[in-house]
Design a binder for this molecule. Structure first.
Ligand code: ADP
Ligand code: MG
Length: 255
């Protein structure tokens, strides 16, 4: 198996008018291809910064970040992003929102449009192609955002609290869909979440970060018995509750 993302002794310091903030300190972490990694920790501990570093949107202050063995020099074409907000453009149709990346790079072809429509079907969005974002529910809009991300064929999907703005019921459905979609395509995922249950139910490993400066406190492997279950089924098991309590305890010290 190949290493998808490798953080080697990474430090990140932000310079602002009011001084320096060390967001991350001494991060050593290898994320394997096909793995779904959960990132949990208190607000401001550097989770989003870690994703930006992985995506090559930010060069580390020191240390190295490699994506599939390559040291990045700018935004990585291997990485796709999904955020809490869907950032769909209200004046464009769903299909045109999904195609936006390709439109910017002038790579829209009939075949790609066909793929975009197939992707909408796959994500349970049949019949929405010519609608506009305001006609869709929050959960459906997030699925459109997922489609937009997947159409660029990333090998890594970075998920920054993508379920936070959704109703609980919708969130559980989307957890299932995303877990299935990533596994079916053998994609690598990094999921930032403040919902421990979500991390335990969905992920293969969980990285617990501590605050100020952000450092790795612990990396936990989710037992195979949980990983083989869907997120919804995993939540029903004793192993789920046991791991949840362990991480809960870890995080208690950080708040
Ligand atoms: P999280 O996603 O875990 O909430 P962030 O990665 O957003 O944390 O932020 C980590 C720390 O870095 C915080 O203290 C935040 O205020 C600071 N920070 C993040 N982005 C910037 C920036 N662009 N300029 C200055 N400080 C920043
Ligand atoms: Mg964040």
């Amino acid at each position: 198996m190949m290493t998808a993302i490798s953080f080697e002794g990474v430090n990140q310091t932000y310079m602002t008018k009011s001084g320096e903030t060390t967001a991350l300190q001494e991060i050593w972490l290898d994320i394997e291809e096909g793995e779904l990694i959960g990132l949990v920790g208190p607000s401001g501990c550097g989770k989003s910064t870690l994703l930006s570093l992985a995506a090559g949107l930010l060069p580390p202050t020191s240390g190295t970040v490699e994506v599939f063995g390559q040291k990045g020099t700018g935004p990585s074409p291997d990485c796709g992003y999904m955020f809490q907000q869907d950032y769909l453009l209200p004046w464009r149709t769903i299909l045109d929102n999904v195609l936006i990346g390709a439109e910017i790079t002038s790579t829209v072809t009939p075949a790609l449009k066909h793929r975009a429509l197939a992707l909408l079907d796959e994500l349970g969005l049949s019949g929405t192609a010519h609608k506009h974002p305001h006609q869709l529910s929050g959960g459906m809009r997030q699925r459109v955002a997922l489609g937009r991300t997947l159409l660029t064929e990333p090998r890594i999907v970075l998920l920054d609290e993508p379920f936070s703005a959704l109703d609980y019921q919708i969130k559980l459905q989307l957890e299932e869909l995303i877990a299935d979609t990533l596994k079916a395509r053998r994609l690598t995922g990094v999921l930032v979440t403040h919902d421990l249950g979500e991390a335990v139910a969905m992920c293969d490993r969980i990285v617990v970060l501590r605050n100020r400066p952000g450092r790795i406190k612990r990396v936990l492997s989710v037992p195979e018995s949980l990983r083989s279950l869907s997120p919804l089924a995993a939540r029903e098991t004793p192993e789920f509750h046991s791991l949840f309590r362990t991480i809960w305890g870890d995080l208690q010290d950080e708040y």
